[in-house]
Design a protein around this ligand. Sequence first.
Ligand code: ZN
Length: 337
Amino acid sequence: MFYRESMYKPIDVDGEDYYLKPMSCPFHIAVYKNAKKSYRDLPLRYTEYAQVYRYELSGALQGLTRVRGFTQDDAHIICTKEQVHAEVVKCLKFSLYILKSFGLNDFKAYIATKPPKKSIGDDELWNVAIADLIEAVKECGLEYDMDEGGGAFYGPKIDLKINDVLGREWQCSTIQFDFNLPERFKLTYVGADGQEHTPYMVHRALFGSIERFFALLVEHYAGAFPLWLAPVQIGIVSISDVKHGAYCKALSKQLINLGFRVEVNNDNEKLSAKIRKLEIEKVPMIFIVGDNEMSNNTVSVRARGLGDWGQVSIEEFVKKVEPILAMGVPKYQGLDD
Ligand SMILES: [Zn+2]
C-alpha cells in the first residue's frame, strides 16, 4: 500500500499485530462485501465519525489544525458508473451547504489530478474522472484551480480549501472519485443484465477533520461565535449572590429547559468584574439580575453587538431572540433521496 509511511507501527497484543486505523475505506468496503449486492441496492452510502491516526512529523504538528489522531466525518458511496456524477454533485452541494451554514464563505475549489509516482490506474480513466469532476464543480457554480499531482493514489478529487483570517488555506471538504479500489478489493454488484459488474466509489468528508474545522471556526469568528453556535449562549450575573442567587438558579433552569446553553456566574466578585469576564469570553447574551429584576420577574439583557435591551421577561427575551437564532442557517435543498 502507498499509505504505510503515514501509519504507526503495529502494536503487539498477545503475539498479534494491531494497527491504529488511518482511514475508513477498507472497513466500509468490508461492510459492502458482507452480502451480495444488486443494482437495485445502489447507490449505497456508508458514513461514520471515525477516529483515525496518521503519523505526522512532530515539526508539522500545530494546535488542533494538524494532529496525529483526529475525527473524520468519513463516507463512502458505492454506486454504478452511471450514478457517480450525480453522487459527486450531491456531495459537493452538501459540502457547500455545510460551509455556508457555519458562515465560511471564503473558500476555493481545487481539482487534484494524478500523483506522478504513487498512483494506480490508466491515464485514460483518470482523465475521464477529472473531466467529470470539473463538470460537477461548474454545475455548482464554483470557480476552481487545478492541483496538478495532488490527487489520491486511487483517483482525482475535489478539495474545498478555506481561507482563514491570516490568509492561510486549510483543506476541509474533500470529494474523491475512485474507479480503482472497488476493482482491487473485488467489489461487485449484479446488474439488470444478471451479470456481475464492478461499482465505482466516492470517498467524501464534509468537515474533513472535526478538530481542524473547530480550530478554523474559532479563528474565523475570533471566538465571537454567532448565538446559535456559541458554547455558552447566556451568562447570568447578579449584584448579590446572597440575595439573588436562588432567582438566578431558577432562571437558568428555565432557560435550559427552553433549549439554551446557560452559565450562572456565582464568583464572589464585583458585578462589573463578572460582566467583564463574560465580555472577554464573548458570551453573546449577558443577563444582569438585581432587586428590581427579581421583584419584576425580569432580567436586564446586554446583547453582544446589539446593545442594551433593558429589562425584559423571559417570554419577551425568547420572542426577541428567535429571529437572531435562526439567522445564518440556510435551508438545505440538495439531498432528495
Ligand atoms: Zn475513503
